[in-house]
Design a protein around this ligand. Sequence first.
Ligand code: FMN
Length: 179
Amino acid sequence: MKTEMSATDALLTRRSVRNFLNEPVSEEEPKAILRAGMFAPSAHNRRTWEFITVTKRAVLNELSVMSRYWGMLKEAPLCIVTCGYSLGILPKDEEFLVQNSAAATENMLLMAHSLGLGAVWLGICRERPYYESVKELLKIPADVRVVSLMAVGRPKGELPERAKPLERFEAQKWHRECY
Ligand SMILES: Cc1cc2nc3c(=O)[nH]c(=O)nc-3n(C[C@H](O)[C@H](O)[C@H](O)COP(=O)(O)O)c2cc1C
């Protein structure tokens, strides 16, 4: 496993990687990535996330064709599916489970990058027809929500020019005291 980089370097140089070498990830890498996810902040520290790692080629291939934005799963050796469950107490629990799992997803992207791997967040919404197909394929219980998928692997080639790190700070997005 590669040496980790500083938090600042990781978050300022991370970019979505969509091309992967035909190489598996190591035994330790998925655990290191999931561990970073589990260190994310969560409402009331309830950690309402659950993660599925998919490495079987046949299953990755099935996922790769469910959405036209997931084609890179045909090459990626690993897909991490981040789910979340509602505490079922208050209406806000449903929103918090999404926010908790999104925070975990970003932590995992940063850890993957820090380990020298490439990764991309793959969005999924309950309104999409393939939402239920993902749940069925991965045997996800009815009351557990899928929040994100992530393709992970060893980056192939250079990032496209448009994806190269550029300054992204936009002063007009900074509102002082009120909007
Ligand atoms: C909620 C969400 C859903 C996304 N879904 C996809 C997707 O389905 N396929 C994909 O290739 N990238 C997806 N991305 C990655 C974005 O396209 C990417 O983060 C954005 O273009 C900025 O590029 P960067 O990650 O290199 O900074 C998603 C990102 C987020 C946060």
